[in-house]
Design a protein around this ligand. Sequence first.
Ligand SMILES: Nc1nc2c(ncn2[C@@H]2O[C@H](COP(=O)(O)OP(=O)(O)OP(=O)(O)O)[C@@H](O)[C@H]2O)c(=O)[nH]1
Length: 333
Amino acid sequence: MRTVPVVLVAGHLGVGKSSLVNHLLRHADGVRIGVVVNDFGALGIDAMLVAGQASSVTSLAGGCLCCVTDADGLSAVLADLVAPATGLDLVVVEASGLAEPRELVRLLLASPDPHAVYGGLVSVVDARDPDLDHARLADLVVVNGLDLCPSAPAALEAVRSVAAGAVVGTSHGALDPALLVDPVRRPQPAQLTLDALLREADGEHPHVGAETVSFTSEQPLDAGRLAAFLESGPRGVVRVKGIVRLPDGGAAVPSEEVPDVWEVQTVGTAIRVRPAPGRLTTRGARLVLIGTGLDEAALCDGLSACVVGEDEAPPSEHAALALTRYRIDLATA
Ligand SMILES: Nc1nc2c(ncn2[C@@H]2O[C@H](COP(=O)(O)OP(=O)(O)OP(=O)(O)O)[C@@H](O)[C@H]2O)c(=O)[nH]1
């Protein structure tokens, strides 16, 4: 079944959430994004509607999402957006500046829709005065307003020192959408599309470009070491995706329940795995890490340390659980 990741964008009033969502819509590059906003506020909802011509925007009016919306209310809105007929690739829920991120995550996780899968919490914080509590909670922290900040490196370092998830700096919310979702190639109309035009008009903003590092192994990876690597939130990495073979001994007897090859996807420290679809296989691992300021050598060293050595003792019966406990059905590409 096709499932759609639902990403929550939270942060204090005026910190740049709408700017970020607008930027995502303008640079969607074929990705169909649905947006749930708390209120049709002053900034940019028209731009959202125009830029996101293939997307839907739904408003939950009347104050703070986490206070006025019970799980049922949010579920109904999400159900409309993630229904297969909409063809959306990603849903972004933009909370009002008053919303409490913990409560919102709880609401999203309580949503029983089989087509929706929780895609992580993106906390936008002010580079000049970052809310470190918000940074601690998030899967991805966007440190926005770098252009206004006297020392951007110091601001980023302060956030990195407490954040469990990935940290990316931006001005005007210019986050590369590839950090949240894969680009989707759809047939292009002959004329320049509206979002392409807007993208050109948007050229003055500094953009944070996504970088990638690829890692392959011909040997399986140890589930415990790989889980620890992913849980540690490697520096600069926002997303990880790929397939991994766990050693045969990952389950005492390999079975359908515990297959050898797993698909892995993360956003920040939100990890999701599922048995890899049959067409995807590997003798060891094929992983792509996406982020900014990536240290390729350090990341590849970290992953190489997860490779099971030839003379290593077989893992215990329950070793695979370190990774497979993150099992959930992922969006099909
Ligand atoms: N200079 C500068 N201005 C910014 C930046 N990000 C946002 N702004 C401006 O700050 C104001 C608030 O930005 P929004 O994106 O509306 O912030 P928000 O978090 O959505 O605000 P609420 O919806 O009220 O919580 C707008 O005027 C933006 O243009 C930035 O990085 N640098």
